[in-house]
Unconditional design. Structure first.
Length: 184
């Protein structure tokens, strides 16, 4: 693999990681702590992600339990969950908060699938952006006579193979998430 591709490998990897994190935040029919981990909670005069203030446990397939480490922030956590776009009503039990996830409606599933497709397209665009950056570097190297015409075409071909690999990976990740969202 060429140094031009290796130099940008981290950008490819970050794009895939960002996609996975974004899709993990979309809830399916099962209760998943990842869905609420990053909810911003205003506590102690600053904004902190929920997982920085409480332990999150799966009680059963549709229920999460949030146990604040400091009981004084329980109300703040409850308020943040209500303000989030999850559409879940938290039940404050004093020392913990119970979240019961209702079954997804067909309409909600379709909306989530649309969001999945948007995130997949964002990832593909990011991959194409990395490809353009690499090709720009390679063209400049060719113009500066650092590499020859043959090497330019070899690198160009390798870049396209890499892009195709990541596009296939994006497709696979998307299909897996769609299947998860459509499973009742």
């Amino acid at each position: 693999m060429s140094i031009y591709i290796e130099k940008h490998q981290e950008q490819f990897d970050k794009t895939i990681e960002h996609l996975r994190e974004g899709l993990a935040g979309l809830r399916g029919d099962r209760a998943n702590p990842i869905v609420i981990e990053k909810i911003p909670v205003e506590a102690y005069g600053s904004i902190t992600p929920l997982n920085g203030l409480a332990a999150i446990q799966v009680q059963d397939a549709r229920t999460l339990i949030v146990q604040p480490w400091d009981k004084s922030v329980t109300k703040d956590i409850e308020k943040a969950i209500q303000a989030s776009d999850l559409g879940i009503n938290p039940i404050n039990e004093g020392t913990q908060i119970r979240l019961s996830f209702p079954s997804l409606t067909e309409e909600k599933r379709k909306d989530l699938i649309k969001i999945v497709h948007e995130k997949l397209e964002e990832a593909r665009i990011a991959i194409r952006g990395v490809r353009e950056t690499i090709l720009k570097d390679v063209k400049k190297a060719k113009e500066d006579k650092e590499i020859g015409e043959d090497q330019f075409f070899v690198v160009e071909k390798d870049v396209q193979k890499k892009v195709d690999f990541f596009n296939d990976l994006i497709k696979e990740i998307g299909e897996k998430k769609e299947k998860e969202l459509l499973t009742v």
